[in-house]
Design a protein around this ligand. Structure first.
Ligand code: ADP
Length: 387
């Protein structure tokens, strides 16, 4: 029986008539071609499998030659491959031949990896052969993904560092409405010393002008808060445990002295939530960092993170055994610019609130002097993400 591969060589190199030398040339190509190379016939049966293909897929050539190429594909491609070949043979319409495509390859160990596939074809008599060149692009894709992540982080970081500049501009801007509020109220107080009918109307005017100015001050603060916590949300399924682990690592950066123990207790460690991963990470990083700082004087500093799933929601609690929130803070803990720290900006909790509210939830705090603080919020569990 004639071997189509040697036929191919006979056609290409009319000088070579000796079938043995053709076979050995072919073998040396299969051994040395740097990319994984697979030749199949028009029924999808593997005819040649290069050394690099053996290394990539983890199969020996003799294990797969003679079997259908589908054993190297993931289930979704397997189902359609015979049809692809049939379509091409009848219509001649090229979907992948000569074009190349990124597909998933299935390895001998059951793993699947992204590969770049290029296919060429050869006509041997009235038969067609297809040669596939396959390149593993796992690393390339991981790099692209990582670069994307770093860019997003960098964007967030530069936004945060711009906050310093912005805060002083804001302080200046805030000064105006606050001075106006003080002036209006002082005027009202003076008018109330010995009020006449006329004065009362003016007092009313001054008080409503003061109220207007204080609303303006509130708007300025809100603008800063929205700016810091990035405007738009990128909601996607995100593994909660991964987000918490990353945030805990970030929160510990640059802390000197003994660190609080972070104890993670998840009812379902594999739970996937719908969240903007970077923003959610920022929430956990802020809460953990605050707890670490609050625990600096505590003897056995501990931070617990509990998660509990119930139906479509997961409830999260970040709790510590520190001194708890100060009394003034407990009135409105999530308002901006409240801090007890020498170098604090008082924006962390306010940013947490903005982000959690943007996720359609609310954040609450409970605190007991000397017994620690506890922050709770819920997130939506992502459904239908399997597969
Ligand atoms: P900052 O950390 O810049 O002060 P935050 O808005 O993150 O801004 O926190 C505001 C204040 O809330 C902190 O200064 C601190 O007094 C208090 N606080 C936050 N978390 C805790 C906690 N876990 N325990 C005690 N106090 C806390």
């Amino acid at each position: 029986m004639s071997n189509p591969l040697s036929d191919l060589w006979r056609l290409e190199n009319t000088d070579f008539q000796d079938s043995d030398s053709l076979q050995s040339i072919l073998r040396s190509i299969l051994l040395s071609v740097p990319d994984a190379m697979i030749v199949i016939d028009d029924a999808g049966i593997i005819m040649a499998f290069s050394r690099a293909a053996e290394a990539l897929f983890g199969y020996k050539s003799e294990d797969v030659v003679g079997t259908n190429i589908k054993c190297l594909m993931t289930q979704s491609d397997q189902a359609h491959h015979d049809q692809y070949i049939r379509n091409y043979l009848t219509t001649g319409e090229r979907q992948i031949i000569g074009i190349g495509r990124i597909v998933e390859a299935r390895l001998a160990n059951g793993d699947s990896i992204p590969v770049e596939l290029k296919i060429g074809e050869a006509n041997i008599g009235d038969r067609k052969l297809f040669t596939g060149f396959i390149r593993d692009i796992t690393e390339k894709q991981a790099n692209v993904h990582r670069i994307g992540e770093l860019q997003a982080e960098l964007g967030n970081f530069s936004r945060l560092s711009a906050v310093g500049t912005m805060a002083s501009a804001m302080a200046h801007e805030l000064n105006q409405p606050l001075t106006a509020v003080a002036n209006y109220l002082e005027a009202a107080r003076d008018l109330l010393d010995e009020p006449s009918e006329n004065d009362l109307a003016m007092v009313q005017e001054a008080v409503s002008a003061a109220a207007e100015q204080s609303i303006r001050a509130g708007q300025i603060v809100r603008r800063l808060r929205d700016y810091v916590s990035r405007g738009e949300l990128d909601l996607r399924p995100a593994p909660l445990k991964g987000v918490i682990d990353d945030a805990a690592a970030i929160a510990k950066v640059g802390i000197e002295g003994p660190l609080a123990r972070v104890i993670l207790r998840m009812e379902d460690p594999d739970v996937i939530v719908m969240a903007d991963r970077l923003q959610l990470r920022q929430v956990f990083a802020n809460l953990i960092r605050n707890a670490i700082e609050a625990l600096s004087g505590t003897e056995t500093p501990q931070i617990w993170i509990y998660t509990q799933s119930s139906g479509e929601e997961v409830t999260i609690e970040v709790k510590d055994n520190g001194p708890g929130l100060s009394e003034e803070l407990l009135h409105s803990p999530f308002d901006a610019f409240q801090t007890t720290k020498a170098s604090g900006m008082g924006l962390g909790l306010s940013i947490c609130q903005t982000i959690i509210e943007a996720h359609g939830s609310t954040i609450a705090v409970s605190s007991e002097p000397g017994a620690g603080a506890s922050f709770t919020f819920t997130l939506r569990v992502a459904t239908n993400v399997a597969g």
